[in-house]
Design a protein around this ligand. Structure first.
Ligand SMILES: [Cu+2]
Length: 143
């Protein structure tokens, strides 16, 4: 219910959410994401165990939505727009534009239709992400 929200995140703030995604699967930018108990789904439709986050929708340097609460078992799938490269890179509170050591990182991806997914394995801790393309984080591309 959060995706598709017309969120024009004008405030480049880091939002703290009580969730933790755990170790990321190996970066596999071209995989289509389905959760274990789900039928195939497109990026336009989610099932109860999947949330879609758009990466730089419409060329805006944001993640949309930039603030979600995902219970354990959720597959959070980031959808890349193609064109300009972006990434989904884990950071930490206090260092929102610095990769978290040992954190996940999609790598820079400019291919339309590519996705990067993480599984929520612990909902007790927040997780922070940013785009590591030069300057994007400082311009507000955080979530
Ligand atoms: Cu970016």
């Amino acid at each position: 219910m959060f995706f598709k929200a017309a969120l024009l995140a004008l405030i480049p703030a880091v939002f703290a959410n009580p969730q933790y995604y755990g170790p990321a699967p190996a970066p596999a930018p071209a995989t289509s994401a389905t959760s274990a108990a789900a039928s195939p789904s497109s990026l336009a439709a989610t099932n109860s165990n999947q949330m879609i986050v758009q990466v730089a929708p419409g060329g805006n340097l944001v993640f949309n939505p930039s603030d979600i609460q995902a219970p354990v078992g959720t597959l959070v799938t980031f959808a890349f727009p193609g064109g300009l490269q972006h990434s989904v890179t884990q950071s930490s509170f206090g260092s929102p534009c610095t990769p978290l050591q040992g954190g996940f990182d999609s790598g820079l991806d400019g291919n339309s239709g590519d996705t990067f997914s993480i599984n929520v394995t612990d909902a007790s801790q927040p997780i922070y992400i940013f785009c590591k393309f030069p300057a994007h984080c400082g311009l507000g591309m955080v979530a």
